[in-house]
Design a protein around this ligand. Structure first.
Ligand SMILES: N[C@@H](CCC(=O)N[C@@H](CS)C(=O)NCC(=O)O)C(=O)O
Length: 200
């Protein structure tokens, strides 16, 4: 049995979108749980087995997978027929894994610290800056509609997600890519799912 622990309008929303893109909603159940929210609402949910009480979390027959980038890679590998992952042996596998890891190691800390107003030279020195992140993304999108090729992959689903949340950055190549990624069955399904479950 596979279960996604999800809280509406959170980082797990992108995993709900992924399940739709993978055509995996029949196989993977979604357990809606609460989390403590920045505004003081919500709270840790005892039904959520995540060691930190966070979402997303995937439980596959009792084995836990945590961190969005790992969950996305795990599910894309589990449902290869959807073509959202890049298989071992494909020359694009390296860039594919690198974009997913770069999100977790660089993009999320930089954008989160920026959003909460932390500005320190050591942060820029260690992780680089939001401007450098945008330059990397815009560079990759200069000559193609998605990060790896003409095809939407799990990298696009993960990497565009902060801009779907915080808003587009005003960089034409990135803004157009975010529009392409949000105008997809997965993103539309996840938005509807969250609207229905937000009050739960
Ligand atoms: N890097 C993690 C971040 C997970 C995370 O912080 N999730 C938030 C929701 S957006 C959460 O569960 N917060 C509740 C808490 O911190 O207790 C991932 O992408 O999976």
């Amino acid at each position: 049995m596979i279960t996604l622990f999800h809280s509406p309008r959170s980082r797990s929303t992108r995993i709900v979108a992924l399940l739709k893109e993978l055509d995996a909603l029949e196989t993977v159940g979604i357990a809606v749980v609460t989390i403590p929210r920045m505004d003081g609402s919500g709270g840790r949910d005892p039904r959520n087995p995540h060691p930190d009480g966070k979402v997303p979390l995937l439980d596959h027959d009792g084995t836990l997978v945590w961190e969005s980038s790992a969950i996305i890679q795990y599910l894309a590998d589990l449902f290869p027929q959807a073509g959202l992952g890049i298989p071992v042996g494909d020359p694009q596998r390296g860039p594919y894994l690198s974009w997913l890891a770069w999100y977790a190691g660089i993009v999320e800390p930089v954008l989160t610290l920026k959003a909460i107003g932390v500005d320190h030279p050591a942060v820029a020195r260690t992780f680089r800056t939001e401007a450098e992140i945008q330059a990397r993304l815009a560079g990759a999108l200069k000559d193609k509609p998605y990060l790896l090729s003409d095809r939407f992959t799990a990298t696009d689903l993960l990497l565009h997600s902060p801009y779907a949340w915080f808003g587009k950055p005003g960089v034409p190549a990135i803004d157009a890519w975010v529009d392409r990624c949000t105008d997809r069955p997965g993103a539309r399904f996840a938005a509807e799912f969250d609207a229905q479950h937000a009050a739960d």
